[in-house]
Design a protein around this ligand. Structure first.
Ligand SMILES: NC(=O)c1ccc[n+]([C@@H]2O[C@H](COP(=O)([O-])OP(=O)(O)OC[C@H]3O[C@@H](n4cnc5c(N)ncnc54)[C@H](O)[C@@H]3O)[C@@H](O)[C@H]2O)c1
Length: 438
């Protein structure tokens, strides 16, 4: 069992302190506010939370949980310090790091006189880069020691929800640890021995970002559901019944599908139906900013794609794939068509290879859409992958079709590859290869 000090006896710190003590660890809670410390030291929880009172009472009674206002007492009597201080919004919406800086400075001051190794774990929610730019410098300045030499630092984001925090602590969806060294991550995981949940070890900066992405995702889900409900209610549809049907699909709706960063959406369905539902809301005078801005968000992604190519300063390009996804010749609202059209307008010298697109075979709305956008498309299409690669200073991978799998073997060293797909293209391990949004 470990000796742990926990800085900040708010919602996160108190729950962690009580739960770690209940697992058998020796825990000392630290807070600047003497009243919180006194309450905890007397065996009472300073926060209201399901199941916490008994855990705190039992922890204090057993001697495994105590509290102090003294950082010196806490750090000298522990091997691990968890930072759980608040990171509230400042007046301008940025994250206030005052408490974080102060606590790092206090811990660092004690570390200067501590002989044995110490591990500092950031459990507060901090923006990516904060550990590198704020936490480590503050600890180093106050301790006179170096991270990795005199002490170690890890990030272990907290995912509990208020109201069910103890339950969430004891049943984590997974435990995430960001650190520079495997041994450090392992020692954080050991604190949770006995608890379920996958252990995920990652970089510090990814661990820092995780919580923001999750909270934004949860907020997006709530707001999306509310917008759907508002539209439904206005036309007499039972939104709960509708969402029961929506969530019943675990393949595309409630799943990892569509969440891998890459290029813009397109095709004959998503843009058209997103436009239609947002016009429906407009007509009824309903303000649903998420739905009404989806096309704007997608357009911004297309703009970034064009800028990405322009920034390379290479004007001879070959696009491998023009349709919005592999295995189709449907070009309607393909974002790649938009990119090609914009670049042609800027005088770029472009070739396109897409075996799914036989100009002579295209018919109906699809053909009209293509010829309307790029009337001289026939002059840009080349018959083989080799022809496309031969032409290019930069090869642009789009929909990741298997038809391009030989590309790596055809490339010359000075050719650059830009990939709009959603994952590393097999065989492309070269310096001049870059992914869009990844
Ligand atoms: N509340 C949640 O459900 C939740 C969930 C996950 C993550 N988080 C994150 O965890 C962090 C803590 O959140 P919280 O809700 O527990 O905050 P909180 O405001 O309830 O508690 C923070 C505590 O830190 C204490 N503190 C401030 N400076 C200190 C210092 N130098 N030394 C010792 N104690 C000090 C404060 O007195 C306070 O008691 C935040 O970054 C938050 O975003 C919160």
């Amino acid at each position: 069992m470990e000796r742990i000090s926990i800085f900040g006896l708010g919602y996160v710190g108190t729950v962690c302190a009580a739960c770690f003590a209940s697992m058998g660890h020796d825990v000392v809670g630290v807070d600047r506010k003497a009243d919180k410390v006194d309450v905890l030291a007397s065996g009472t929880s300073p926060i209201i939370e399901a199941d916490i009172d008994d855990l705190v009472a039992e922890g204090v009674r057993s001697g495994r949980l105590r509290a102090t206002t003294s950082a010196t007492d806490a750090v000298l009597h522990s091997h691990v310090s968890l930072i759980c201080v608040g990171t509230p919004s400042a007046a301008d919406g940025t994250q206030s790091l005052d408490a974080l800086r102060a606590v790092c400075s206090e811990i660092g001051t004690v570390l200067s006189e501590k002989k044995s190794p110490h591990l500092v774990i950031v459990r507060s929610t901090v923006l990516p880069g904060t550990v590198r730019e704020v936490v480590i410098p503050a600890l180093e300045a106050a301790s006179g020691k170096s991270a990795g030499a005199g002490f170690d630092v890890a990030v272990n984001p907290e995912f509990m929800r208020e109201g069910s925090a103890v339950e969430d602590f004891n049943n984590p969806g997974r435990i995430v640890v960001g650190s520079d060294r495997d041994e450090v991550a392992e020692s954080v995981f050991r604190l949770y021995d006995g608890l379920p949940g996958e252990r995920l070890k990652t970089d510090i900066i990814i661990a820092e970002m995780t919580k923001f992405v999750e909270n934004s995702w949860h907020a997006l889900k709530v707001a999306f559901g509310n917008e759907v409900g508002t539209i439904c209610k206005s036309i007499g549809i039972d939104s709960h019944r509708l969402m029961d049907i929506f969530v019943a699909d675990r393949r595309l709706n409630i799943s990892a599908a569509y969440l891998r960063p890459g290029f813009a959406f397109g095709g004959s369905c998503l843009p058209k139906d997103v436009r239609a539902i947002s016009r429906l809301a407009d007509k009824r005078g309903i303000d649903v900013p998420i739905l009404q801005n989806l096309m704007r968000s997608n357009l911004a992604q297309i703009e970034r794609g064009v800028s990405w190519i322009l920034a390379q300063g290479r004007r001879r390009l070959s696009f491998l794939g023009l349709s919005f996804k592999p295995g189709t010749d449907d070009l309607r609202e393909s974002p790649y068509l938009e990119v090609v059209e914009r670049l042609l307008g800027k005088g770029y010298d472009i070739r396109i290879f897409d075996p799914n697109i036989e100009l002579s075979q295209l018919i109906g709305a699809n053909r009209e859409f293509l010829l309307d956008r790029i009337p001289h498309i026939a002059q840009l299409m080349v018959p083989t992958l080799g022809d496309a690669v031969e032409h290019a200073e930069t090869v642009v991978l789009t929909n990741g079709d298997k038809a391009y799998s030989e590309v790596a073997s055809l490339l010359k060293p000075d050719q650059q590859v830009l990939d709009f797909g959603r994952g590393k293209f097999p065989g492309l391990d070269r310096q001049s290869y870059d992914g869009f949004s990844w």
